[in-house]
Design a protein around this ligand. Structure first.
Ligand code: GRF
Length: 207
């Protein structure tokens, strides 16, 4: 059984896709051990409570230093005993000690086809604004392992989505969520839960 802890900051639609997948059995051999947010108003926390999933809220704002937050945050994550940590719209920088401890056991969903429109400053609507500004005809989403960089870890799954005439950033964001994010994040967790994913030479291989 894969113990998954999901880290969230916002509406939690990706969390909901994971919850639905676990409950429907399309994500096999998995249980969501807990949800942690840095934002006490995150609707994602409401979704966790509605599905009787333990949740916690811990924010850098609660501490006098980032080092103190990093230590406390890692303790909170460890307490839930994750086999896999899923960043689903989590907007806080992951402590280096946590990346080391959970090497290739932390995954993130990013709303573009990495290496396009990613890295520092590219999150949420900003990603789609940049894609529209560049005039790309295709965008999409990526699930990748988290390493010390920003959106730089080994890529697990990607799914392309058409950009349509007249798209606004909000319309494009919704299409990328519906057609890509909410499909490849559950799929990636199911593959990992089934022992189908390995990392060799910093690239993902399926077994
Ligand atoms: C999604 O667009 C995801 O790609 C990005 O942050 C957003 C989170 O949305 N990482 P939600 O909280 O899952 O609805």
């Amino acid at each position: 059984m894969l113990n998954v802890v999901v880290l969230v900051s916002g509406g939690g639609t990706n969390l909901q896709a994971v919850i639905d997948g676990v409950e429907a059995g399309t994500i096999g051999n998995t249980r969501i051990a807990g949800v942690i947010s840095n934002n006490q108003n995150a609707y994602a926390l409401t979704r966790a409570k509605e599905h009787h999933i333990p949740s916690a809220c811990i924010s850098p704002k609660m501490f006098s230093s980032r080092e103190e937050f990093n230590e406390r945050f890692l303790e909170e994550v460890d307490r839930m005993k994750p086999d896999l940590i899923v960043l689903a719209g989590f907007l806080v920088v992951i402590p280096p000690a946590m990346i080391k401890r959970y090497r290739n056991r932390i995954i993130n969903i990013h709303p573009s086809l990495i290496p396009s429109f990613c890295g520092t400053g590219y999150y949420g609507l900003k990603v789609h604004e940049a894609a529209l500004a560049r005039g790309v005809k295709v965008t999409g989403a990526t699930v990748h392992f988290v390493d010390e960089g920003t959106d730089t870890g080994p890529i697990i799954l990607q799914k392309a989505v058409e950009v349509e005439e007249g798209d606004t950033p909000e319309v494009l964001q919704r299409r990328v969520m519906e057609q890509a994010e909410w499909r490849i994040l559950p799929k990636a967790i199911d593959l990992i839960a089934g022992g189908r994913v390995t990392v060799e030479d910093n690239r993902v291989k399926f077994i």
